[in-house]
Design a protein. Structure first.
Length: 217
């Protein structure tokens, strides 16, 4: 019912503002916890991804990369005295955010490091090379576009096959039960007794004590 953003250009997008139905989309609030909320923090990249994915998260663009707040600049005269002031308006450059979304800064760093320090590049990005080669992509942007398209085409999470049940046997039965697996490893697990179990255990002990006393007589 609520489609994701198919134009990843860094501009503001919130699915709540373009609704054709009375039923509102799922609303979520960003809980930053103890994470720093400086402009350009990766935390807000997660926020942007959730919004582009179709979740209604109320937000503004003030903390995204590319946002510049209003600044008042003082104009000084020849003697250093302030004669006037000039205010620059706050603005948001969506192109900067888009380049961060598609990892252009990462690609630039990879290319620079590959030329200047091949050993360090191999240590940091060897698995990235394998990933890009497997996806038949040249840059991070090509890879991310393929990932975005695959998610939008099939947004349902595929259920993975569960782990097989371990092959274990009971060595010592009872409430303090000892198990053993196929590799010979043993472990102890305690089980809680029910009220009926306790009553039965006490009755068995009394019966055994009475039988022992009768045998002694």
């Amino acid at each position: 019912m609520y489609k994701a953003n198919d134009s990843i250009d860094g501009n503001y997008f919130n699915v709540d503002e373009d609704i054709q139905d009375d039923k509102r989309p799922f609303k979520a609030l960003l809980d930053v916890g103890l994470a720093p909320t400086t402009t350009g923090a990766r935390l807000f990249g997660v926020l942007k991804g959730a919004c582009d994915g179709g979740i209604n998260v109320p937000h503004k663009t003030k903390r995204f990369p590319g946002y510049q707040r209003a600044v008042v600049e003082e104009i000084k005269g020849k003697r250093g005295k302030v004669v006037d002031s000039e205010k620059t308006e706050a603005r948001f450059d969506a192109g900067v955010l888009r380049s961060h979304i598609f990892g252009k800064h990462v690609t630039a760093y990879m290319n620079t490091l590959k030329k200047e320090d091949p050993a360090k590049y191999k240590r940091q990005f060897s698995r990235w090379d394998k990933c890009l080669s497997a996806a038949k992509a040249k840059t991070c942007e090509d890879l991310y576009k393929k990932v975005h398209k695959s998610i939008i085409d099939k947004p349902d999470r595929a259920k993975k096959a569960g782990n097989k049940k371990p092959n274990r046997t009971v060595v010592t039965p009872g409430y303090a039960r000892v198990y053993k697996d196929s590799k010979g490893r043993k472990w102890l697990r305690h089980f809680r007794q029910t009220g009926d179990d306790r009553k039965e255990r006490v009755a068995n002990k009394l019966a055994a004590a009475a039988a022992a006393a009768a045998g002694a007589l």
